[in-house]
Write a protein of this length. Sequence first.
Length: 369
Amino acid sequence: MTFGIDDLPVRDELRGKSPYGAPQLDVPVRLNTNENPYPLPEALVERIAERVREAARTLNRYPDRDAVELRTRLAEYLTETSGYHVGLRNVWAANGSNEVIQQLLQTFGGPGRTAIGFEPSYSMHGLIARGTGTGWISGPRHDDFTIDVPAAARAIAEHRPDVVFVTTPNNPTGNAVPAESVLALYEAAQAAKPSMVVVDEAYVEFSHGDSLLPLLEGRPNLVISRTMSKAFGAAGLRLGYLAAHPAVVDAVQLVRLPYHLSAVTQATALAALEHTGTLLKYVEQLKAERDRLVAELRALGYEVTESDANFVQFGRFADAHEAWRRILDRGVLVRDNGVPGRLRVTAGTPEENDAFLDAVRELKKEQSA
């Protein structure tokens, strides 16, 4: 008899679930995981090596438990790019924005508590909620994938969740959430509980608009979550961070693991923050390529969701998974996120995007034949 996961005393809410993941296939063009396609510039690679070499000399000691230097530099970056002053005590950092979200749910969610998100949205919010024993509620969106704010406010009033997630730009659809919508949801959340509102800005550097950081003023139950994986081209680094009232930063430290950010991680992130000017130039190139993809896909007759991210959702397909497979057959890997009739493509280099557009042109011809 085979022994498997169902034979283990796994928690009931985890039974029958699948882990988060995207196909990692060896194909010529991979545009399925929203990675930045540009390798780090050589000057930054050298600086990382220098910083890590320095850190290596003291690896016999634990790293800075509170990552003070890193949090200080992250606060400076947020202030420089948003115009809204953020200080050391407003910032916390962890191993990717997923760990930031996990720590927030460990602190403000947990058994007997609930979180709400407006789906389709970033699937890890619900997965991390289940992993922390937090009940998950799926809130409403319009057919164009914008949040149905009145319906969302009613859902918040009805369910009185402890944590509200708002993803802007939204993954996988790409559309941004206006500040007035976030404010309306924040007010609804405070009237209902009050509860924490977490704004996930993983893709904000690619947005046509501004960060919602200034909304933190006077709103102690609001959190802005960010990552260095996308705009910084550092998906392999695994560094996420949040900005919030100092009391929130104090609270999440109640659940953080001791010395959770390694000395090597901190050194690498600090090196990257020394090169923000260069890295953000790549962001401008990707925004232009993203806009090109939107225009080209629409010209081919596809429905395309407005995108403020480094990816584009497009369709409609009678069978999205079959369309995904046919594009893959042409050497291009995109994402089948499970949104009915839609696929998602990451903005890559011009050459990668050309290969993708050639593939969908051929697909369109096949479907029209």
